[in-house]
Design a protein around this ligand. Structure first.
Ligand SMILES: [Zn+2]
Ligand SMILES: [Zn+2]
Length: 695
C-alpha cells in the first residue's frame, strides 16, 4: 500500500489528474479524475470537489495529483467547493496514516476530520474571506533574549525545565513527557512554550481529555491569548465550529484548544502540540474512526517535525515505556509533597474482617461516624460496570484467573442456570467448584455488588444522615444529576454514594473522607489494563482531594492488599507501579510489547453472526500463507463464545500482533471486497486497533 501522497505535477507545472476519495460512499478506494483547464490554478490537496459518479453528482476530496493515469475514459472534476481546502496537506497525510493504522476507510476519517458545512455558510465565508494576517505576537516582550524560556533561577529549582527549553528551541520532532501532579507548574510550562512558539510565527494546538479539563485550561489561556485563540468545547454547534475552522485557516488565530478531534485543526505553520493528561482514555474515539488522539498527535508531530509535550501524573504504560526506550524524554516536576502529610491513606485488608459478608469494614464505619460528627462530608465510591462479576475468596483474597491472559474469569450462569467461569479475552472456560484452590476454604463466591445494596447498608448504619446516590440507575435526567451534585456541593448531603460519576463535578471542599468500597472490582475487570486503570483512577481521586486545609483520609478496602497497584497507591510510587506492571505485560506479551486488535461482530441472528465470524477467521488465517505477512495470534477465535447483548448476538475475539504495519498491509489488501460481501447493517463488523476497553 502506498503510504505517501502523490503530489507529482508534470513538466509544465500542470496538475493533470486528481486522485480523489469519494466522501459519500464507504469505498476505501481512490478514483482518478481529469482536471479541467479553468480549475488547475485553484485545485489543491484537500480541496473538496463535485464529480460525476455512477450517473450522479457526488462530493470527493482531492488527496493527490498525477501527471499520468492508466485509467481510460476519465471524467472531469466539475466544481471546487471550498475557496481554500479545509484540511492542510499534512493533515491529509495524517488521515491517510490513520486509515492504515486503525484499519478504517480513508473516506471515514476524512469525513470525520472535515467540519460539517452547509452551502449557505460557504458563500458567507467567501464574503468575509480575509487575506492571511501576520501572526500577532504576544504583548509581553519583557525578555529581550528570544532564546530564554525559563530563567536560571527556575532551572536551578527544577532542572528538567532546561530540557524542555532545549526541545522547544530546537523546533524539531521530539516528545517530552512531563510527569507532575501540580497543575500550576505544568501550566507555567505550557504558557512559556506557547509564547515562544507564537513569537516565532508558529502555531499551537492544546488538547484536553474532557470538558472540565478543557475549561480549566481555557480559563487560564484566555487571560493572555483571548483574541489569538479558538476553543472547541463540547457545546459548540456545527456552524460555530466551521467559523472557527475558517479563522484558523485564515491565520486569524494561532492557538486552538479542544478535545481529541482538535488534533485535526488545519494550522499550516504548526509549531507545538500540548496534550494534558495524556493517559486519559477519553482521547480514544469509541466510534469509528476509532483513533487515539495521543497516537495521532505523535504522528502529526512527526510529520510536521515539531515538538510534542505530553503530560500526566500517572503516564500511560505506552508513554512511560517510550521514556524507557529513549523515544521520549522525561521531565519530572517537583511534587507538592509537603501538603500530603495532612492526607492519610489507609488500606484495609478485607480478609481480616470478622463478618465476611459485610460491605463496610469496621474501620471505615468508624471513620464515617467521625466525619459526620465533625460536620464534614463523605464520598463513597464503588465501581460497577454492569454484567461482569468474578469470584473471590474472602479468606485469602484469591481470584480465579485465566492462566493464559492473567485477567479474572467472569462468572456467568448459562441457560440451565449452571454457573461457569469464562475468560473474556480468550474464551477459556472453567467449572465453579465452590472451593478455593489456594487455601481450600469454601468462602469463595462471586463478588459484584451494586450501589443500591451499598446505599441500603449505609442507611441502616447511619439512620440520621442525609444520603444520596449518584449512578446511572438512580438517574433519569441530566437535571437530576446536576441537582444531586448541587445539593452535595451546597453541603445539604452528608454521604454521597456513587460510581465514577461522583469524581466529575464534586466539590471536595468540605469532604474529609473518601471510601473506596472495593478496589478489587476495579482491579479485576476482564481487561489487561485493569491494573493501570485502577492506579490512574485512584491516583486521580487522591490528587483531586489533595488541596487541603484540614486532615483528610482516603480509605481503600481490598481483599488483595499486596497487589502492586494497591502498594503503589499507598506509597504514591508511580515507578514501582510501572516496574511491576511492565514485567507482567512483557511476560504475557501484552501492549506495549504487542498491539491488540479487537474484533466484534454483531447481528440479530445467531447463525449469521457465527458464520461471519468463521469467515473472518479464515480470512485472517489465509494471511499465514503469505511469507511477507506479520505473525499474529488469535485469542478467543478457536473456542468462539457467542454473547447475547440486548437483541443482538455478538462474537468478540482479539488479534495480538507484533508488527502492526505489516499485519495491516495484509488486512487491507482484500478488505474492501471482504467487507462489502459479508458485512452490512444487519451484521456489523467493528475493528478496534489498540482498544482501551476490552468488553
Ligand atoms: Zn484467557
Ligand atoms: Zn482462599
Amino acid at each position: 500500500m502506498n503510504n505517501g501522497i502523490n503530489e507529482f505535477i508534470n513538466m509544465h507545472g500542470e496538475k493533470k489528474y486528481a486522485e480523489i476519495v469519494i466522501l459519500e460512499y464507504n469505498f476505501d478506494k481512490i478514483f482518478h479524475y481529469c482536471i479541467p483547464q479553468d480549475l488547475k490554478d485553484r485545485i489543491s490537496l484537500g480541496s473538496r470537489v463535485t464529480i460525476p459518479f455512477r450517473g450522479k453528482v457526488t462530493t470527493g476530496c482531492v488527496v493527490g495529483f498525477l501527471a499520468e493515469s492508466d485509467v481510460k475514459n476519465l471524467k472531469g472534476v466539475q466544481q471546487i467547493t471550498d475557496k481554500k481546502p479545509l484540511l492542510t496537506p499534512q493533515v491529509i497525510r495524517l488521515t491517510k496514516w490513520i486509515s492504515n493504522y486503525y484499519l478504517c476507510s480513508w473516506e471515514k476519517i476524512l469525513n470525520y476530520a472535515i467540519p460539517k458545512t452547509r452551502r449557505a455558510w460557504l458563500n458567507k465565508f467567501d464574503i468575509t474571506d480575509i487575506p492571511s494576517l501576520k501572526p500577532r505576537l504576544p504583548e509581553d516582550n519583557k525578555s529581550s533574549d528570544n532564546e530564554i524560556i525559563f530563567s536560571a533561577e527556575e532551572v536551578k529549582e527544577s532542572p528538567p525545565l532546561k530540557d524542555i527549553e532545549n526541545i522547544i528551541n530546537n523546533k524539531k520532532f521530539k516528545t517530552v513527557l512531563i510527569r507532575g501532579n501540580d497543575f500550576n507548574s505544568r501550566m507555567k510550562i505550557y504558557l512559556r512554550s506557547i509564547r515562544k512558539t507564537l513569537k516565532e510565527g508558529r502555531q499551537a494546538i492544546i488538547l484536553a481529555p474532557t470538558e472540565s479539563h478543557l475549561s480549566e485550561l481555557s480559563g487560564l489561556l484566555e487571560k493572555e491569548f483571548k483574541d489569538n485563540m479558538v476553543v472547541f468545547d463540547e457545546k459548540i454547534d456545527q456552524k460555530a465550529k466551521y467559523q472557527k475552522w475558517i479563522k484558523i485557516r485564515n491565520s486569524q488565530v494561532n492557538i486552538a484548544l479542544g478535545m481529541r478531534s482538535s488534533i485535526f485543526v488545519p494550522f499550516d505553520r504548526l509549531g507545538l502540540i500540548i496534550m494534558e493528561r495524556e493517559h486519559s482514555s477519553f482521547y480514544k474515539e469509541e466510534r469509528s474512526p476509532r483513533y487515539n488522539a495521543r497516537e495521532v498527535a505523535l504522528k502529526r508531530a512527526e510529520l510536521e517535525n515539531i515538538p510534542l509535550i505530553l503530560s500526566s501524573e500517572t503516564p500511560s504504560m505506552e508513554s512511560y515505556w517510550n521514556v524507557h526506550e529513549n523515544n521520549f524524554l522525561e521531565a519530572e516536576l517537583n511534587t507538592g509533597e509537603e501538603r500530603e502529610n495532612l492526607l492519610k491513606k489507609t488500606i484495609i485488608d478485607m480478609t481480616k474482617e470478622k463478618s465476611k459478608k459485610k460491605i463496610i469494614s469496621y474501620e471505615l464505619q468508624q471513620a464515617i461516624s467521625r466525619s459526620l460528627k465533625n460536620k464534614r462530608q463523605v464520598v463513597l465510591f464503588l465501581n460497577k460496570r454492569g454484567f461482569s462479576s468474578f469470584m473471590i475468596c474472602s479468606q485469602c483474597g484469591h481470584i480465579p484467573k485465566c492462566p493464559d491472559c492473567n485477567t479474572s474469569l467472569s462468572y456467568h450462569l448459562d441457560i440451565q442456570k449452571r454457573a461457569q467461569l469464562i475468560c473474556h479475552n480468550c474464551g477459556k472456560r472453567a467449572k465453579v467448584t465452590g472451593v478455593c484452590v489456594k487455601c481450600g476454604s469454601k468462602e469463595i463466591r462471586p463478588l459484584g455488588m451494586g450501589t443500591q445494596k451499598l446505599e441500603s447498608e449505609i442507611r441502616k448504619m447511619f439512620t440520621r444522615a442525609e444520603i444520596r446516590r449518584l449512578d446511572r440507575d438512580s438517574l433519569i435526567k441530566d437535571d437530576d444529576y446536576r441537582q444531586i451534585l448541587e445539593e452535595f456541593n451546597q453541603g445539604n448531603t452528608d454521604i454521597l454514594i456513587g460510581t465514577q460519576m461522583v469524581l466529575k463535578g464534586v466539590d471536595f471542599d468540605n469532604v474529609d473522607l473518601i471510601g473506596i468500597i472495593s478496589a478489587d472490582t476495579l482491579l479485576n475487570l476482564p481487561d489487561y489494563r485493569s491494573g493501570e486503570k485502577t492506579f490512574q483512577l485512584l491516583s486521580e481521586v487522591i490528587s483531586s482531594f489533595r488541596e487541603i486545609s484540614f486532615p483528610k483520609e482516603v480509605i481503600i478496602q481490598t481483599f488483595n492488599p499486596e497487589d502492586h497497584c494497591i502498594v503503589a497507591l499507598k506509597e504514591q510510587d508511580y515507578n514501582y507501579f510501572y516496574q511491576k506492571e511492565i514485567e507482567l505485560r512483557k511476560e504475557l506479551d501484552y501492549p506495549p510489547f504487542t498491539h491488540i486488535i479487537k474484533i466484534v461482530i454483531l447481528g440479530e441472528e445467531k447463525e449469521a453472526v457465527k458464520q461471519r465470524a468463521e469467515y473472518l477467521i479464515s480470512y485472517l488465517e489465509s494471511f499465514r500463507k503469505d511469507k511477507e505477512s506479520a505473525e499474529f495470534k488469535l485469542l478467543g477465535a478457536v473456542d468462539m463464545v457467542l454473547w447475547k447483548s440486548r437483541n443482538n448476538f455478538k462474537v468478540q475475539f482479539l488479534i495480538k500482533v507484533k508488527d502492526l504495519e505489516i499485519f495491516n498491509q495484509s488486512f487491507k489488501k482484500k478488505y474492501d471486497k471482504m467487507l462489502s460481501k459479508h458485512f452490512d447493517q444487519k451484521n456489523r463488523l467493528t475493528i478496534d486497533v489498540d482498544p482501551v476497553r476490552m468488553i
